[in-house]
Design a protein around this ligand. Structure first.
Ligand code: FES
Length: 102
């Protein structure tokens, strides 16, 4: 199996019960999965997009984590913001304005 170069994790607030309920999901994180997935494909990025359970920084959600750089982005709600994260991945940079951790 060939590993992808990037992994985009999008918090969807899943709980142990399997339900998606929590801050990120309530702020529209579910639609972010589709947007990221479609745009990763459109851009031809070697990246996988995954929905996650709560990442325990709910007040800063919706939260997006990009590996392998371990970049934690918060307050991502618009397509423009998601595009900036994808631009950063594509260029090897960082969308510093949305970082919630160093
Ligand atoms: S629900 Fe997303 S960080 Fe907790």
């Amino acid at each position: 199996m060939k590993k992808p170069s990037f992994h985009i994790l999008v918090c969807n607030s899943y709980r142990i019960s399997g339900e998606a309920q929590g801050a990120c999901n309530k702020k529209g994180a579910q639609s972010m999965i589709q947007y990221f997935t479609e745009n990763v494909a459109d851009r031809g990025l070697d990246a996988v997009v995954s929905a996650t359970g709560c990442l325990n920084v709910c007040t800063q959600g919706p939260v997006v984590v990009v590996h392998p750089q371990n970049l934690w982005y918060g307050g991502i709600t618009t397509e423009e913001q998601m595009d900036e994260i994808l631009d950063a991945i594509e260029s090897g940079g960082v969308a510093t304005q949305y970082l919630i951790s160093e």
